[in-house]
Design a protein around this ligand. Structure first.
Ligand code: ADP
Length: 265
C-alpha cells in the first residue's frame, strides 16, 4: 500500500540522516584531534628553546661577578640568540599559516615568476655558500596570475629544503617551464638524503618531519611544506614529491593552465 511505501521511505530517510550525522561527528572528532595535536606540537616546539634560554639566563645571572670569562659569556649569548631566532621563525611560520587559512582566495595579480625565481635562487646560493652545485633552467616568458609574496615563499621553501637536506658537494637543479599538457611546472631536484616512501604521504602535514633533530639542526620548523602545500592549493597547483632514500628528491608545483598569464606583446 502507499502507506507502507511512505513508511519505508521515512525509515530509509531517517537511516540516511543518522548516517550523515554520524559521519559529521567523526569529522568533528578528527578536526578536534588535529587541533589538539597542533596545540601540543606548538607548545612542545616553543618549550625547548625557552628551556635553553631560561637555563642560560639563570647561569649568567646567578654567577658571581666576572666568574664567566668573556669568550664563554659571548658563546652563551650566541646560543641564546639562536634559540630566540628559532622561536621567531616558528611564530612567523605560524602567522603565515594562519593568514593563509583566514584569507579565502589568493590575489590574481600578474606575477613575474622568472624575476621571483632570480631572487629565490640568489638567496639559495647565499645559503649554500658554495657547498652545492646549483643549476637552473627558467622560461623567461612564463608568468602566473596569483599572489607574488605567497609564490615567492613557496618557491624559496623548496630551494631551502633542497639545500638543507643535501650534503655538501651535492647537486640542485631548479626548473620553471611549460609541460606538454599545457601546465606550468616548477621543480627543485636534489641529490640529497632522500625520503623513504612511507613518509611521503604525510610530509606536508604541519610539524611532520622525518628526522626531528636533523630538521631542528638545519633551522627547520616543520611547517615549510604545510605552507607550500597551502599556497599551491590557493593557486590551482599540486605539490608532487618524488624521492628515493639516499639518492635524492624532486619537489614540484604544477600550475593549472588557467593560472598562466597570457603573453603580452
Ligand atoms: P622543515 O622545517 O623540517 O624542513 P618542512 O615542512 O619544510 O619542514 O619539511 C618537512 C620534512 O620533509 C623535513 O623535516 C624533512 O624530513 C623532509 N624534507 C623536506 N624537503 C626535503 C628534501 N629536499 N630532501 C629530503 N627530505 C626533505
Amino acid at each position: 500500500s502507499s502507506e507502507r511505501l511512505l513508511m519505508l521511505q521515512l525509515v530509509t530517510y531517517l537511516r540516511h540522516q543518522r548516517l550523515l550525522i554520524t559521519r559529521d561527528l567523526t569529522q568533528i572528532d578528527r578536526l578536534e584531534t588535529t587541533r589538539r595535536d597542533f596545540v601540543a606540537n606548538v607548545s612542545h616546539e616553543l618549550r625547548t628553546p625557552l628551556t635553553v634560554l631560561a637555563g642560560f639566563l639563570e647561569t649568567i645571572i646567578e654567577a658571581p661577578d666576572d666568574a664567566i670569562p668573556e669568550p664563554l659569556r659571548k658563546q652563551y649569548l650566541q646560543l641564546m640568540q639562536t634559540q630566540a631566532t628559532r622561536m621567531q621563525t616558528l611564530v612567523a611560520d605560524l602567522l603565515t599559516l594562519s593568514d593563509l587559512e583566514n584569507s579565502p582566495q589568493a590575489d590574481q595579480a600578474l606575477v613575474d615568476v622568472p624575476h621571483l625565481l632570480n631572487t629565490a635562487i640568489e638567496q639559495g646560493i647565499a645559503l649554500s655558500d658554495g657547498r652545492h652545485e646549483i643549476k637552473f633552467d627558467i622560461d623567461p616568458d612564463l608568468k602566473l596570475l596569483g599572489a607574488a609574496s605567497e609564490l615567492a615563499s613557496a618557491f624559496s621553501n623548496l630551494i631551502t629544503n633542497a639545500i638543507r637536506y643535501t650534503p655538501d658537494g651535492g647537486k640542485i637543479k631548479i626548473r620553471w617551464c611549460r609541460t606538454p599538457d599545457g601546465k606550468a611546472r616548477y621543480s627543485v631536484k636534489d641529490t640529497g638524503i632522500g625520503i623513504s616512501t612511507e613518509h611521503l604521504p604525510r610530509l606536508s602535514e604541519r610539524f611532520y618531519r622525518v628526522d626531528r633533530s636533523r630538521s631542528r639542526d638545519v633551522g627547520g620548523t616543520g611547517l615549510g611544506l604545510a605552507i607550500t602545500k597551502h599556497i599551491a592549493m590557493r593557486h590551482d597547483a599540486t605539490l608532487d614529491i618524488e624521492s628515493r632514500l639516499g639518492k635524492g628528491s624532486t619537489f614540484s608545483l604544477s600550475f593549472d593552465a588557467r593560472r598562466i598569464a597570457p603573453a603580452v606583446n
